[in-house]
Design a binder for this molecule. Structure first.
Ligand SMILES: Nc1ncnc2c1ncn2[C@@H]1O[C@H](COP(=O)(O)OP(=O)(O)O)[C@@H](O)[C@H]1O
Ligand SMILES: [Mg+2]
Length: 318
């Protein structure tokens, strides 16, 4: 693989996409992104946020209504810049021929490229050697997905796009795909993926853009975004009887940064969980409030999404 020659694998500005129709759909409403070469970059957002539309514009498969795109320093309008051969794409839904085997599928895809790893190397990379000669229709969802990722790698791409690479997979298959993605990044490739699983974004991505309703609402390293909450831990409580309406007092407790009512729970974002817990328990005892639930955990990207939108990712998906 040729090493990255540009500092940004992707630069796009002012991307807008309106799907014509009645009524028209504003899928992307002004997206700017800069993806440094060599990192794993994630678009995190609920269903319908505009992730696939954005990816397909970057992949040169869809024309933006407005905005500019540079991929590996080239523009899709430059004509035959060789750009297509330098990227690999795994679409949200890949329909591979059911009557071919993984080995045959990869040989077919390879025949479109002048170079790149052999079918055997790709089968080994995605752990499909044992299924190399089974029909695609006999593969599990996770195995098909790994084959789709292998197909994106046939041209030894500098930049790989993976649209929802683990959606619908069981936890074991998901981990296998995570392992493949981590290895792509170690090989020095740039990976751009979309996901609506915050855990996946947090685990795999060096940087993410959180996308909601066609816009980037936050961008940065997952740890930076979580740190911006002001506290890196969350304490959640629910009481047997309802908790008092006035939560201002809770904000006064040591190390509590923010208090939010969420469904029947109260969530405290705190910097020092032990300190906050001691004060909280004392507060509740003084008021005779009996707890039904008490949970303390690390803050996650889910909390970032909630604090930015007032919805959880799961609610936003529905
Ligand atoms: N071909 C299309 N025609 C009309 N609307 C579309 C089309 N593709 C996607 N959309 C709409 O655009 C919005 C963004 O979709 P999409 O980019 O697929 O989001 P995501 O990948 O984040 O789920 C959604 O409201 C979706 O229904
Ligand atoms: Mg999508």
């Amino acid at each position: 693989m040729t090493r990255p020659t540009v500092s940004y694998a992707i630069e796009c500005a002012g991307l807008v996409k309106v799907y014509e129709g009645d009524p028209p759909v504003q899928a992307v409403r002004g997206i700017d992104l800069r993806v440094p070469a060599g990192i794993c970059f994630g678009l995190l957002g609920p269903n319908g946020a505009g992730k696939t539309t954005t990816l397909e514009i970057l992949e040169g498969l869809l024309e933006p209504t407005e905005g500019s795109v540079r991929v590996l320093g080239c523009s899709w309008e430059d004509g035959d810049s060789g750009l297509r051969r330098r990227i690999g794409v795994s679409l949200q839904e890949t329909r591979l021929s059911e009557r071919l085997t993984p080995r045959e599928t990869l040989r077919l895809f390879r025949s479109f490229y002048g170079c790149g790893p052999s079918a055997e190397e790709l089968l080994a990379l995605v752990g499909l050697q044992e299924k190399a000669d089974s029909y695609v229709r006999h593969l599990s969802g996770g195995q098909k997905q790994r084959l789709a990722v292998a197909c994106a790698l046939v041209g030894d791409p500098e930049l790989v796009f993976l649209d929802e690479p683990t959606t619908g997979l069981d936890p074991h298959s998901r981990r296998q795909v995570w392992g493949i993605i981590a290895s792509l990044r170690r090989q020095g490739r740039t990976v751009v993926l979309s996901t609506h699983y915050m855990e996946e974004a947090e685990r795999l991505c060096d940087r993410i853009a959180i996308i909601d309703r066609g816009r980037v609402i936050a961008e940065g390293a997952p740890s930076e975004l979580i740190a911006q909450l002001g506290g890196e831990h969350v304490i959640e409580i629910a009481a047997a009887d309802s908790l008092p309406d006035h939560l201002d007092d809770l904000e006064q407790l040591a190390s509590v940064r923010r208090v939010r009512r969420f469904q029947n729970m109260v969530q405290l974002t705190v910097s020092e969980p032990q300190e906050a817990l001691e004060e909280l328990l004392c507060y509740l005892r003084q008021r005779g409030i009996e707890l039904q639930t008490l949970r303390a955990r690390h803050a996650s990207l889910e909390d970032v999404f909630l604090s930015l939108t007032g919805r959880t990712l799961v609610e936003a998906d529905a």
